[in-house]
Design a protein around this ligand. Structure first.
Ligand code: ADP
Ligand code: MG
Length: 337
C-alpha cells in the first residue's frame, strides 16, 4: 500500500472532521479508476470511500486533466443527492486544497457494479431503464429555471476530457469523417441545456438492490443532452458486439433506456434530441476503437466489427433509437453469418 496515499487519507479524515488520524485502521486502494486515487478507509464505526483527483490519467496516451474537476464531481453528486436522495451516495465533505472528498463506501449484500453484471451476462434486471430514469430526472431538473449552474461552467474541461479525446482524436485517424465529427464536436461544445454527467458508464454505476448509484462525475458540465444517453448506450451497443449470446438482450435494453429517458424530456422536442443521439452514438462507438480511450475487452476482430457497423451510421445517420438498434442487429447478423 502507498504510505503516501495512506497519509493523505488520514489528513482528509481529520480535515473533514470525520475522526482523528489514529482512528483510521485501514486504507485499501480500490482498482478500476484511471483518473484518481480512490480508497476505502476504515473508521471505528463506518467504512468510507475517499477520492482524490490525479493530475494525469493512467491511460496509454498522454492525457492531462485539471485537478479542479474534483470540485465539479462533488457538485454533481450533491445535485444528484438533492434531486434523488434515495438514488445517490451519501457525502461527507470535500477538501479544496487536497482535491479530494469523502463519501459513503458502498458494499454489502445486493451491491454490484453494473459492468460486472453485463460482462458476466447476468440476467437483465431492468438496469438500463433504471439508469435512464435517474438520468432523465437529473437532466430535467437541471434544465428548469432557477437551477444553479455556477459549479458547472466547465465546457473547456469537457472539451479536454471528452470532446477532444473521443471525437478529435478519432477524426485524426479517419480524415474522411473529420467534417462530420467536427460538427458533433461543435454541437457538444456549444450545448448548455442540461447538467451533463459525462461518464455514464456501467463501470461507474453501482446498483444497491434495484437502485442505481452513479459515481465518477469528474466531467460534469452544463452541456448538450445527447451526450449522457449516447455515452451510456454506446456501452450497451459495444457489449452487444462483444457478447453474441447477449446481443438481443442488450439491444432490447438500448430501447428500454430510451423509452425511460424520453419521458423526462421537457427542454426540447424529444425527436430532435433522439436524432442527435443517433448521430453522436455511432461516432462514440468508433471513438472507443480508434480514439484515445479504446475499450479493453474488444480484440481486433471486434474492433473491425465496430468500424463496419459504426461508419455507415456516422455517414448516414438514422433518426430513431429503434431504427438504430435494428440497424445494429441486422449488421451483426450479416457479419456473423
Ligand atoms: N463510494 C464507493 N463505494 C464503493 N466503491 C466505489 C465507490 N466509489 C467508487 N467505487 C469503486 O471504485 C471504482 C473507481 O471509482 P471512480 O469514481 O469511478 O474513479 P475513477 O475516476 O478513477 O474511474 C469504481 O468503478 C467502483 O468500483
Ligand atoms: Mg470510473
Amino acid at each position: 500500500m502507498s504510505t503516501e496515499l495512506d497519509q493523505r487519507c488520514r489528513d482528509l479524515v481529520v480535515e473533514l472532521g470525520l475522526g482523528a488520524a489514529s482512528d483510521v485502521s485501514e486504507v485499501r486502494p480500490l482498482t478500476g479508476g484511471v483518473a484518481s486515487d480512490i480508497a476505502m478507509v476504515v473508521l471505528p464505526d463506518q467504512k468510507i470511500c475517499v477520492k482524490f483527483a490525479l493530475p494525469k490519467l493512467r491511460v496509454a496516451a498522454d492525457w492531462q486533466a485539471p485537478v479542479h474537476r474534483n470540485a465539479a464531481e462533488y457538485a454533481w453528486l450533491k445535485v444528484a443527492a438533492d434531486i434523488l436522495p434515495d438514488s445517490s451516495v451519501r457525502l461527507y465533505g470535500r477538501s479544496e486544497t487536497a482535491h479530494g472528498f469523502a463519501m459513503e463506501f458502498l458494499d454489502g449484500q445486493g451491491v454490484y457494479l453494473w459492468k460486472d453484471a453485463l460482462l458476466a451476462e447476468a440476467k437483465d434486471r431492468g438496469e438500463a431503464a433504471r439508469v435512464a430514469d435517474m438520468l432523465g430526472q437529473i437532466h430535467k431538473a437541471s434544465a428548469a429555471n432557477g437551477f444553479d449552474t455556477s459549479a458547472f461552467q466547465n465546457r473547456d474541461d469537457f472539451r479536454a476530457l471528452r470532446i477532444e479525446p473521443y471525437l478529435g482524436y478519432t477524426a485524426q485517424n479517419h480524415p474522411d469523417l473529420a467534417a462530420i465529427l467536427g460538427a458533433l464536436e461543435e454541437m457538444l461544445y456549444d450545448g448548455n441545456a442540461v447538467l451533463v454527467h459525462g461518464d455514464v458508464s456501467p463501470k461507474n454505476i453501482l446498483f444497491r438492490d434495484d437502485v442505481p448509484l452513479v459515481l465518477d462525475a469528474e466531467c460534469a458540465t452544463m452541456g448538450d443532452a445527447s451526450f449522457d444517453p449516447s455515452f451510456c448506450l454506446n456501452h450497451l451497443v459495444l457489449k452487444a458486439i462483444h457478447l453474441p449470446g447477449s446481443s438481443d438482450s442488450l439491444l432490447t435494453q438500448v430501447q428500454a433506456f430510451w423509452a425511460a429517458y424520453a419521458t423526462h424530456i421537457t427542454w426540447e422536442a424529444p425527436a430532435d434530441l433522439e436524432a442527435r443521439i443517433c448521430r453522436l452514438l455511432p461516432a462514440l462507438m468508433l471513438a472507443r476503437v480508434d480514439g484515445k480511450s479504446p475499450v479493453e475487452y474488444l480484440d481486433e476482430a471486434g474492433r473491425e466489427t465496430v468500424r463496419r457497423v459504426a461508419i455507415p451510421l456516422i455517414k448516414s445517420p438514422v433518426t430513431t433509437v429503434a431504427d438504430f438498434a435494428d440497424n445494429i442487429a441486422i449488421a451483426l447478423k450479416e457479419i456473423r453469418s
